[in-house]
Design a protein around this ligand. Structure first.
Ligand SMILES: C[S@@+](CC[C@H](N)C(=O)[O-])C[C@H]1O[C@@H](n2cnc3c(N)ncnc32)[C@H](O)[C@@H]1O
Length: 512
């Protein structure tokens, strides 16, 4: 009932997009998307035009600067960026330079555009370039057009945000039979999955999001996406999926204000249930991936919490920490209020909630799960730290799982006899000492050229072996060098396993 009432409220508002399109208009809408794409409207071209390193660096509050400093030439691409991404208002004459009369009418009928009696045009939805696709969703800053919103409407469909792009970039893009996207919102993850899955299922509890995903699937010409309304796994029964993605609401919030954002007081209400549902829905050999935030508590490793949610399920867990926010910065960043007194009260409410939850900082993470291989021993959990990916990193996530398995292989010593060992690629090695102190030196290695550039702490044996491997080396030859240096096989293989797990070295079968 709540769904219907919030939807009704929204639909009754003038100029609000309802993500409905007459079937007869779908071919024209596809042409329109092609026309917009032809202006060069893509992640990289938009970033370049707005002088951003990455489209994820776009800040809506910098709109006037972008318009004056980056879009003044008013090329077709500038017009498209202003209208469809920056929530700009343009003159109808400028629109006519981009679209023919028929296209304009189709967009008006689909409520994508509104034109007022003075000939000013604005878009009622935004169009987000993601990888090779264009995805419609609600605006990133709805208050810009609706001063009466103190926050975004409860049924707002999540714009394509930083976390959406992080997950889109980190997803493993192997051809699969079935993919499931939970908390689909605009459907962005489901659409991308449908490019390499035979069938993709998208689930959201918000009916407006369901309409938005159906709309995107239709106008992008996807026939292999099923969009269903419901609570997480509830609408899909016992079906198993080869790929599961989710970008759930995760914010530990003192208010239940924004459905796509707020994950209850702890932030865990939805994500906990997603993780708990993975064992009954992830197919053997499949991968599940989440982008989320976790409230960190002192002395409690994140992976303990995740493993507890998984129950006894033997799954390997890989966490990449992308960004950390102190509790204070988080409270200030989420507080609202136009006047100082209201704002400070809001900061207090957010800070109190975090304190009550025992949260000392909030960390943005990518989490991946795969079923563990029972022949390799206990399931592992691993936490890495990296800068957020600026390009596709799915293959690197897969490599982490493969590397850990190679490192754990009980037959490693036997295989070693017929393998060569080499560094995986160019590696940056940073060594640090504190002069005049007894503190042991530290060493950090980073494999270069990666989308997820993970920093690995090395002990001195790992560092020495990595330095030593300037050339590929046969396993037996390395064994004899170690023997000459009086290094035990146990220590040598411990070091090799550790470097293999970190993905800094690899084994090649030398065919011996
Ligand atoms: C952060 S948005 C993610 C949107 C999109 N997947 C993306 O990556 O941009 C979270 C979405 O979860 C949906 N949601 C919240 N609770 C849910 C639940 N219990 N079951 C299914 N969807 C839910 C919200 O409606 C919202 O669309």
């Amino acid at each position: 009932m709540e769904e219907v009432s919030s939807l009704t409220k929204r639909l009754s508002m003038a100029d609000s997009a309802d993500f409905n399109v007459d079937d007869a208009d779908v071919p024209a809408l596809r042409d329109i998307l092609a026309r917009i794409a032809a202006t060069g409207y893509s992640e990289s071209a938009v970033s370049e035009r707005l002088s951003l390193k990455d489209i994820n660096d776009l800040q809506m509050r910098a709109l006037p600067i972008y318009r004056t400093e980056c879009l003044s030439a008013r090329t077709s691409l500038d017009t498209a960026i202003d209208l469809f991404l920056l929530q700009g208002t343009i003159r109808v004459e400028e629109l006519d330079g981009l679209f023919c009369r028929r296209d304009r009418d189709v967009m008006l009928r689909a409520k994508i555009l509104s034109i007022d009696s003075f000939g000013s045009v604005r878009a009622n939805v935004s169009l987000y370039p993601v990888r090779d696709h264009l995805v419609f969703s609600d605006h990133a800053w709805p208050q810009l057009f609706n001063a009466e919103y103190s926050t975004v409407p409860y049924d707002q469909v999540m714009f394509v945000g930083t976390d959406s792009r992080w997950l889109a970039r980190a997803t493993v893009r192997q051809p699969v039979r079935t993919a499931l996207d939970l908390c689909t919102g605009s459907g962005i993850q489901a659409l991308l999955a449908a490019t390499h899955a035979r069938r993709a299922v998208a689930v959201d509890i918000n009916l407006r999001a369901v309409c938005c995903t159906k709309f995107n699937a239709k106008v992008s010409g996807f026939h292999n996406i099923e969009v269903v309304a419901g609570d997480l796994f509830e609408p899909i029964g016992n079906e198993l999926f080869d790929l599961i993605t989710a970008n759930p609401p995760f914010v530990p919030s003192p208010v239940d204000g924004i459905r796509f954002r707020d994950g209850g007081r702890s932030g865990e209400d939805v994500q906990r249930r997603i993780v708990a549902g993975l064992p009954s829905h992830l197919a053997s050999g499949g991968t599940a991936q989440l982008v989320t935030e976790f409230g960190e508590r002192s002395g409690e490793p994140l992976t303990d919490r995740i493993r507890q949610w998984l129950g006894d399920a033997p799954m390997d867990i890989h966490v990449v920490r992308l960004r950390t926010h102190s509790a204070a910065a988080y409270a200030i960043g989420h507080a609202t209020g136009d006047d100082p007194e209201t704002f400070l009260k809001s900061v207090e409410a957010w800070a109190t909630n975090l304190r009550t939850q025992g949260i000392v900082r909030v960390v943005s993470v990518l989490v991946a799960f795969q079923w563990s291989d029972p022949s390799l021993g206990s399931p592992w959990s691993r936490v890495d730290e990296a800068l957020p990916p600026r390009r596709d990193a799915g293959a690197e996530i897969e490599t982490v799982f493969a590397a850990e398995r190679t490192a754990q292989d009980p037959r490693l010593q036997e295989k070693f006899q017929r393998c060569r060992l080499m560094r995986t690629g160019p590696i940056t090695l940073l060594e640090g000492v504190v002069l005049g102190s007894e503190l042991p030196p530290t060493c950090q290695a980073t494999l270069m050229g990666q989308a997820l550039s993970i920093d690995h702490r090395l002990n001195h044996l790992e560092r020495d072996l990595l330095k030593f491997l300037d050339h590929q080396m046969e396993g037996p030859a390395l064994l004899s060098v170690a023997q000459q240096a009086s290094m035990s096989e146990e220590i040598l293989f411990g070091t090799i396993r550790s470097l293999l797990g970190k993905g800094l070295i690899r084994l090649i079968d030398s065919g011996l």
